[in-house]
Design a protein around this ligand. Structure first.
Ligand SMILES: C[S@@+](CC[C@H](N)C(=O)[O-])C[C@H]1O[C@@H](n2cnc3c(N)ncnc32)[C@H](O)[C@@H]1O
Length: 311
């Protein structure tokens, strides 16, 4: 009984999402002087809640999430502020259309907190975690046509190896792809733990800083959800959606995303669209990492939209 209670407690803790780098987000966004903020990844609403506490009374947050379950959770967690949040289920790559359709005009602050929430990661049925048994799904949005299971069981060896290398920076990409292809000849790979087991086999019984399946799970998730395409499309639409002196804060969790954010912001700065507020990305404090180990890979970058007549 005691053991069961303990397990329940661990699961509850895992399912609570602690917003990352909140004081840094507030420092750069300066909500006190804003009227309309777009939270492009509202998730359980942690950042939005902190922002709402500093926003003027008549200012609003527009909260997007691609995942209907995440949006439901945001609505529940932000029930006390429901008059001041507009919840919209959408992929942030479509945010220009969404703002236009809703007649919302330009915004003066945007936050992206990329990746997934603790709730999504710890829900075994979603298939995001290599530590929880579940179907190999990994779709952020249920209407996507292909799951991770489809990719793992149907893509060619070369294509799988590319995905693991390009999106996971996996050293043994080809070896793992070969093992997958051999294994699926006998029977389809159906679950998270079956796939995690194959990655473990390639690495053998050594000790690792991270779990051997970390990179291939990241890679499959990026491929299933076209995550880099979404980010690229969204960042390139951004300048046209910002009012003068609007600020944008992006928190990313792996180098592929961070690189894309850095390059897009630098290019915007060269075109006179942005002033870079973070010449180097910021990470969480040691205190935050020890309180919330999930924050350790976070990298925050921020820019300000330059007010000018030409752009
Ligand atoms: C790390 S969580 C956000 C947590 C939130 N900032 C908080 O503090 O509570 C990231 C969220 O982004 C959402 N997301 C991922 N890709 C998206 C996309 N392309 N468009 C919109 N939302 C997306 C996920 O569904 C998830 O809910």
């Amino acid at each position: 009984m005691a053991e069961r209670l303990m397990v329940a407690k661990v699961d509850d803790a895992a399912a609570h999402h602690e917003p990352v780098m909140v004081s840094e987000v507030l420092r750069f966004l300066q909500p006190g002087r804003r009227r309309k903020i777009l939270d492009a990844t509202i998730g359980p609403g942690g950042h939005t809640k902190a922002i709402l506490k500093e926003l003027p009374e008549d200012a609003i947050v527009i909260g997007l999430d691609w995942d209907d379950r995440a949006l439901e959770l945001a609505q529940k967690n932000l029930a006390d502020f429901s008059q001041r949040v507009i919840f919209i289920q959408a992929n942030f790559k479509e945010m220009a259309d969404v703002l236009a359709e809703q007649g919302l005009g330009k915004v003066d602050g945007v936050i992206y907190d990329l990746g997934l929430s603790a709730q999504q990661l710890s829900d075994g049925k979603r298939g995001f975690s290599f530590q929880r048994e579940g179907p190999l799904d990994m779709r952020i949005n249920d209407t996507l046509p292909h799951t991770a299971r489809d990719l793992v069981n149907h893509l060619s060896l070369a294509r799988l190896a590319h995905i693991f290398k390009d999106y996971g920076e996996e050293r043994y990409a080809r070896r793992i792809a070969r093992l997958i292809v051999n294994s699926r000849k006998k029977s389809p790979i159906r679950t998270t733990l079956e796939l995690a087991q194959l990655a473990k086999k390639v690495y053998g019984p050594r000790h690792f800083r991270i779990h051997p399946a970390t990179r291939i799970f990241q890679a499959l998730r990026i491929a299933v959800n076209a995550e880099l395409d979404n980010l690229k499309a969204s960042l390139s639409a951004l300048p046209g959606l910002l009012s003068p002196e609007a600020r944008v804060v992006v928190i990313s969790y792996h180098s592929l995303e961070d690189r894309m954010v850095k390059e897009t912001f630098n290019q915007g700065a060269r075109q006179g669209l942005y002033k870079i507020l973070t010449p180097k990305p910021l990470g969480p404090s040691d205190e935050e990492i020890s309180r919330n180990p999930r924050s350790r890979s976070a990298r925050l970058r921020a820019v300000e939209r330059v007010a000018s007549e030409e752009n």
